[in-house]
Ligand binder design. Structure first.
Ligand SMILES: C[S@@+](CC[C@H](N)C(=O)[O-])C[C@H]1O[C@@H](n2cnc3c(N)ncnc32)[C@H](O)[C@@H]1O
Length: 240
């Protein structure tokens, strides 16, 4: 896996915000998360088989943990990718999903760019991908945060990432943490780097923050189409 540490954003406010998020995630949330019991039902035999067919070692994965996306949503995303493999996939918020996308990237020959700010998650992804043939398809950017603005002046936070290169035609938004930073920056910041036809998926749209992010995007980008074919997973179709 290629890991790039992006330079910290230049503004004092950006630096202070990035440090505050880092401190809370590493000093508080990480420890609370360890104490939480897995709330989710174990994955089905069929799911384990599917992962095995992709070459994924399920013994390593923390899919039953609290902070990761649900197996039925993973299965839906696998169908989305297999029915039309992307050329370049952007993952916003790394974790177990990085392993899944990298295995699919290995099978279908695409590139994965993943954005993450939390060191614990970077280590976890490194552990998941270590020794796999998938790792070479992933470029993980470790980013702080920067203050961004819509054209009308409305502000939001997003990763200080570098999205240049070939356009992305598949985006999965599962970070940064909604409670600390918010996910609403993904579309306005990624929009200039999207292909003519792009599928954007947003996890956890059953929650208020994610619902509001979709509303915000519909307001600023009235041309997008939004649906929820898979419960809890928003799909945004961007045609440019
Ligand atoms: C929902 S998680 C991302 C999950 C990832 N896409 C997956 O499927 O595993 C969103 C963000 O929460 C943060 N996070 C996850 N686990 C954490 C932990 N144990 N402590 C602190 N932050 C954590 C990371 O910054 C991550 O990008």
């Amino acid at each position: 896996m290629k890991v790039i540490e992006q330079p910290v954003a230049t503004g004092l406010g950006d630096k202070a915000f990035s440090l505050a998020v880092k401190t809370v995630q590493a000093g508080v949330i990480q420890h609370l998360d360890r104490l939480r019991k897995p709330e989710r039902t174990p994955y089905s035999g069929e799911f384990v088989e599917k992962m095995g067919a992709l070459g994924i070692d399920m013994r390593k994965i923390g899919w039953k943990g609290a902070m990761t996306f649900l197996p039925y949503r993973a299965e839906y995303l696998i169908r989305q990718i297999e029915s039309k493999p992307p050329k370049r996939l952007l993952e916003v918020g790394a974790g177990s999903s990085t392993l899944l996308f990298s295995a699919l990237a290995h099978k279908y020959g695409f590139e994965v760019v993943s954005l993450e700010n939390h060191g614990g998650t970077v280590d976890y992804v490194d552990y998941l991908l270590e020794g796999t043939p998938f790792a070479k398809h992933v470029c993980l950017q470790i980013c702080g945060f920067k203050r961004c603005f819509y054209p009308d002046g409305k502000a939001y936070w997003w990763y200080a990432a570098d999205l240049s290169g070939a356009p992305f035609d598949f985006v999965f938004v599962d970070g940064p943490m909604s409670s600390l930073v918010g996910r609403n920056g993904a579309l306005p910041q990624a929009m200039p780097y999207l292909a003519a036809e792009t599928r954007v998926f947003v996890d956890d749209v059953n929650r208020e923050h994610e619902k509001a992010a979709l509303q915000e995007w519909k307001h600023y980008f009235p041309e997008i189409q939004v649906d929820e074919e898979c419960p809890g997973l928003g799909r945004v179709l961007v045609r440019r």
